[in-house]
Design a binder for this molecule. Sequence first.
Ligand code: RM4
Ligand code: MN
Ligand code: MN
Length: 391
Amino acid sequence: MDISPVVEKIQQFTIETPSWGYGDSGTRFKVFHWPGAARTLREKLSDAAQVNNVTGVCPSVAIHIPWDMEDDWQEVKAYAHALGLRIGAVNPNLFQEDAYRFGSLCHIDKQVRKLGIAHVRECIKIAQAVDSNIISLWLADGTNYPGQDSLRHRRNRLLESLQEIYIALPPEMRLLIEYKFFEPAFYSTDLPDWGTSLQMAQKLGPQADVLVDTGHHALGTNIAHIVAQLLDEERLGGFHFNDRKYADDDLIVGSLNPFELFCIFNEIVGAEAEGVDNTGRIAYMIDQSHNIEPKIEAMIQSVLNIQLAYAKALLVDRAALRKAQEKNSVLGAYRVLQEAYETDVRPLLAEARVRQGRNPDPIEALMASGYAELVAEQRMGVASASGYPGA
Ligand code: RM4
Ligand code: MN
Ligand code: MN
């Protein structure tokens, strides 16, 4: 088999890492400080540059406002460029102001809704300043008790607020609408599922798409099927990759359900092979936090696990799969997938790196660089305010 086309695909496939994955984070019980954890946006970018250096596929970094707020965005842009990076998705924060106790874009008080809309519009300006074309929106809005608010009215307010945001988007910018079935609200969440996000996107217009965070579904939900449906509607905006066992655990991608990740990529690669346009504009982003593990190493591990799933999906024999499906060969079709999934693609991924002059083993490359020890020594102070709640 000629591996060059697959190697090229792997080299071109880029994954965005999140600024907040490089800082300290924890649960609501405790934040354990990691020696050398990034404290500022510059430190986060510097760490992200290490990930990009050893993997070669992580040239952009998502930011969260105000966690990463800066005065001079031109300077930030220049700093990122000097590191071989660019700023990716801008994530507004509509959950950490006191005003948002009862919600933001869905709040019953118009003044609070205005505050939220103004914040997202400010993020649009920041995105423009750093040449980013993605606003990635996640809402903490919801209710805790039946009767707390009118669920239909909240839905109307949500659409109205989103419309005010949508009209502020410059033509090349996209609004990705994330959903999550619960938390921090426990009775109802205003954007709980892909169907709600899709409806909002469809009502808004072509610049709005759905963002799938792999940790945001009820247990047992078939995410690959959701991905297939969004692709079919041409509304799959991107991913927040992470893995979980129970809820929004934000664990290393593919650490628990690598087969699920493969099934997701199988849908995308299959759609691409059939010429589905949407596949060309999917933002592949990691959204995770590392509470007890080394942060840069964890990020690289996640990138590697994504590459494993993607490479295996590239190996699926599409013609054989189609044939088996046409014959209703239930197990024959399954075995086509199994054949690809069971292939050891690690040598192929190593080859993709070697051909770019990189160490075939990115984890080993990180260890050899001594970077983690260096920053552990340099960054003695602990960040006073980190991103994650509890931090
Ligand atoms: C949410 C969601 C968002 C992330 C916040 C911090 O659960 O995944 O994408 O920005 O957490
Ligand atoms: Mn997310
Ligand atoms: Mn989440």
